[in-house]
Each structure stands twice: as structure tokens, then as C-alpha cells.
Design a protein around this ligand. Sequence first.
Ligand SMILES: Cc1cc2nc3c(=O)[nH]c(=O)nc-3n(C[C@H](O)[C@H](O)[C@H](O)COP(=O)(O)OP(=O)(O)OC[C@H]3O[C@@H](n4cnc5c(N)ncnc54)[C@H](O)[C@@H]3O)c2cc1C
Length: 226
Amino acid sequence: MERQPSLVPFNTKESYVKEMQGLSLKNVNVSIFRKNKKIYEDFGEMLFTHFGVSGPLILSASSRIGGKDETAELHMEIDLKPALSEEQLDKRVLRDFDENKNRQFKNSLQKLMPAKMVPVIVELSGIHPDKKVNEITKDERSALVRCIKEIPLTLTGRRDYNEAIITRGGVSVKDVNPSTMESKKTEGLYFAGEVLDVDALTGGFNLQIAWSTGYLAGANSAQNKK
Ligand SMILES: Cc1cc2nc3c(=O)[nH]c(=O)nc-3n(C[C@H](O)[C@H](O)[C@H](O)COP(=O)(O)OP(=O)(O)OC[C@H]3O[C@@H](n4cnc5c(N)ncnc54)[C@H](O)[C@@H]3O)c2cc1C
């Protein structure tokens, strides 16, 4: 099977990720779309980098998205407040606006999101950063709420082997005896770990694959030599 990098970060088209480089988001919801079809959704942790996005949610997405989608431009949305509906978030924003009535918009979001994110969301919302909070209209507030629940990004491709946690593809398990890890095609040849076409999500499963198949291959090849 053809070998490919997997559990790997993505590049993004939007350069605003650079402004948030190093920022790790917890308890967010990430959705990825091909055209309008949702092809991945999960909840957890992610990270912004100088080139795009990484972290557990993104690495898992890379191993779930295959076929034509691997090279396609994909639309991604981050829901920063997945526990709140748009209505609930709107009430929360209103409360914060109430406390910051006479401040400029750009100085009113600190309680809602990490500081590095504020300039990006302000820009995406389309509301002038210097606008007084008490002058913001209901429509502008709705746009802000949508922005927080659907931070848009365009995934333009995966990073390469140098940044991959694992490889996908390799020697087909159909060609290997699972009790001994010996090749079914060549006697005395044993396989273990990454070289096999076995891969899993993050969480220790890949190390377990390497250890278990390595133990079997080692023990059986030694036995075979006797
Ligand atoms: C940054 C990072 C973090 C990871 N975190 C996790 C994790 O948290 N949980 C998890 O389950 N998995 C994790 N993995 C994946 C996991 O480490 C691998 O799946 C696992 O190590 C594969 O084991 P392996 O023995 O098959 O290959 P490797 O660990 O790559 O070992 C292959 C060895 O062969 C040596 N070698 C290569 N060519 C030759 C040659 N020609 N002659 C002699 N020696 C050679 C290499 O130097 C290397 O020591 C992570 C991987 C990376 C890169």
C-alpha cells in the first residue's frame, strides 16, 4: 500500500493564524467541509502555528480525511463556544457589552476569548475596532456571535513527513501472519511497527502497535533461527 504521512498538521490560506501562533484552544468544536458537505467534526483541543493549524483535533482530522479530500481545499470552522447556542452566546455578549458600555469594541472582548484572538475576531466581525460598544447594532452583534461560533479557515494541504506523527500505508497485513509477524511471501522475513499498513489515532495506540508487533516479530524470528 502506498505510504503517506498521517496525524499531520494542515496549512491554511488565512495568514491571520500567524497572529495566534502558539495559542492552544481547549473545548472547541472543529468542523471540516468539502464544498458544503461536512466530512469531519470533533470536540477537543487544537493549536495555531505560523503555517496553519495543529493539535489533537487537527491531527485526528488528517487521518480521517482521505481520498480526493487529501489534496482539495477544505473549509474549516472553529466553534469557540460549543456549549452555548447562538441565543445564549448573544446574551453573554450583551452582558459583557453592558459592563463595557463606554469602551471601544476592540477593548470589550477580553473576557470572552484569549487576548491573542481578540484582534482577529474584531477584524472578522466587520465592526470597526474603535466603535463605542453602546453604538454597536443588533445586526453587528449577531455577526460577532456567528464569527465566534464559526471562525473560518481554509485548509490548503497537509504538512509533510517531517511533521507527521505516523505513516499510513506500507506492508499489507494480508501478507503477514498475525501470530508471528512473518511474511507470507518470504520465509524468515518479519515485519513490525510503522512499516506495516496499520495506523491509529493519537492516544498511545501507535506505540502499542509497534511494541506488540515488535515483540511478536522478535520472539518468532529468534525462535525460527534455532
Ligand atoms: C513527535 C512524535 C510524537 C509521537 N507521539 C506518539 C504518542 O504519543 N503515542 C503513540 O502511540 N505514538 C506516538 N508517535 C508515533 C510512534 O512514535 C511510532 O508509531 C512508533 O515509534 C513506531 O515505532 P517503529 O519501531 O515502527 O518505528 P520508529 O520508532 O521510527 O523506529 C525505527 C528505527 O529504525 C531506525 N532506522 C531507520 N532506518 C534504519 C536503517 N537503515 N538501519 C538501521 N536502523 C534504521 C531509526 O533510526 C529508528 O530508530 C509519535 C511520533 C512522533 C514523531
